[in-house]
Design a protein around this ligand. Structure first.
Ligand code: GDP
Length: 395
């Protein structure tokens, strides 16, 4: 069996175990390393070859795909990761890094329950860090922090342990100040600040593929001093092998981001103003795969062969080919022509996509990004408000 087929099968077996699913986004200020980190995760999950910066898609044995040298530039991708002897399905939604795409970032946040915020250790928190945090928190999406480019502090800026610690703690403090400021008024969010001790902060180098966190240090037995020595001695391959970034980050994702069953009871009241006593509300709270179908469309893509593809989060029920579904804001119903999941930029058709997952659907010709698609007529989800960048005006 081809490698790609195997991964798809693995994803399919996990799709109806919502407790093992994590729907996540990676968000960052431009150039802080989101793309490089994403490539690491895909390589770590066995989706692409781990061969330096020239990562090529290796998932298919079909020649033409390899010849075409498709590289990962995916809007959405599903991968699997084993954590504490349990296999997890991680659905990663890409968020555009550029300032102009504020709206798209907010839309992506609607589909996920956790946001990994990447901050450059040298630059620290920047305006877009604030924007993506605000977008996440407003949607009830839990943040964790990855401080990237730590190699630069060690090798380029030649910082000593104390100087470096101070700098890293300052980044964490700044991010926590933002989180605290934004969540103070929200009574459904307890304490979503991040901390090294809790394991909600990771550090490392996406470029050289090593990472570290409190739990990873306990697991590998490597402390920060040893990591600094290896980085300084240019032994980055050894660092990568002994404490791979993808393990640090994917473990953090599995441990600290809520699964759909934990997330939806809290998220649904934030994003949906329908009757919370109704059966539909219960279906969504329970992530009930046998309930009515509710899909929130977050993105419309174009496939040269299949035409328009609606991507979004299935909050309840199970999406299947042939279903006739209502599309909010339009009169008639649309017929689902196919359902699928994303595998490294490619859509892969599957039999069905149950609640708690991200689906790629064809046939929803009336849907737009932001549509609520459902098997019964319902109050649509709240419209997605765009948060734009802080505007600097000249006086
Ligand atoms: P994005 O805009 O957030 O997606 O950032 P990219 O992943 O494209 O990275 C921006 C630049 O930073 C590229 O030149 C990367 O090679 C570089 N970069 C990313 N991660 C690291 C890192 O950990 N260390 C160093 N030194 N450079 C990095």
């Amino acid at each position: 069996m081809g490698r790609r087929k195997k991964i798809v099968q693995e994803c399919e077996t996990l799709m109806d175990k919502p407790e093992n699913i994590r729907n996540i986004a990676i968000a960052a200020h431009v150039d802080h390393g989101k793309t490089t980190l994403t490539d690491n995760l895909l390589a770590g999950a066995g989706m692409i070859a781990d061969e330096g910066e020239a990562t090529k898609l290796m998932m298919d044995t079909e020649e033409d795909e390899q010849e075409r040298g498709i590289t990962i530039d995916a809007a959405n991708v599903s991968m699997t990761h084993e954590y504490e002897d349990t296999n997890h399905l991680i659905n990663l939604i890409d968020t555009p890094g550029h300032v102009d795409f504020g709206g798209d970032v907010t839309r992506a946040m609607r589909a996920v329950d956790g946001a990994l915020v990447v901050v450059d250790a040298v630059e620290g928190a920047m305006p877009q860090t604030e924007t993506v945090l605000r977008q996440a928190l407003r949607e009830g999406v839990k943040p964790t922090l990855f401080i990237n480019k730590v190699d630069r502090l060690i090798s380029e800026l030649q910082e000593g342990p104390e100087e470096m610690q101070e700098r890293l703690l300052a980044v964490i403090r700044d991010v926590n100040e933002l989180i605290r400021g934004m969540t103070e008024e929200m009574d459904d969010i307890d304490d979503w600040t991040v901390s090294v001790e809790d394991g909600t902060v990771g550090f490392g180098s996406a470029l050289y593929k090593w990472g570290v966190s409190m739990p990873s240090m306990q697991r590998t037995g490597m402390d920060f001093g040893e990591i600094m020595e290896l980085e300084r001695a240019d032994k980055r391959q050894e660092l990568h092998e002994r404490t791979p970034l993808s393990d640090v980050v994917l473990d953090m994702v599995c441990e600290h981001f809520p699964n759909p069953i934990d997330a939806q009871p809290m998220r649904v009241p934030r994003i949906w103003r329908g009757d919370d006593e109704s059966e539909l509300a219960e279906d969504m709270r329970l992530v009930d795969e046998n309930g009515e179908v509710v899909l929130m469309v977050t993105d419309i893509g174009i496939d040269p062969h299949a035409g328009e593809i609606a991507a979004g989060r299935v909050f309840s029920g199970t999406l299947e080919k042939g279903q006739e579904l209502y599309v909010s804001g339009t009169a008639g119903k649309n017929r689902v022509q196919s359902v699928g999941i994303y595998m490294g930029g490619e859509r892969e058709e599957v039999e069905k996509v149950p609640a708690g997952n991200i689906a790629a659907v064809t046939g929803l010709k009336d849907a737009i990004a932001g549509s609520t698609v459902s098997s019964v007529e319902m109050t649509p989800f709240e419209s997605i408000e765009h948060i734009s960048e802080p505007v600097i005006t000249k006086s």
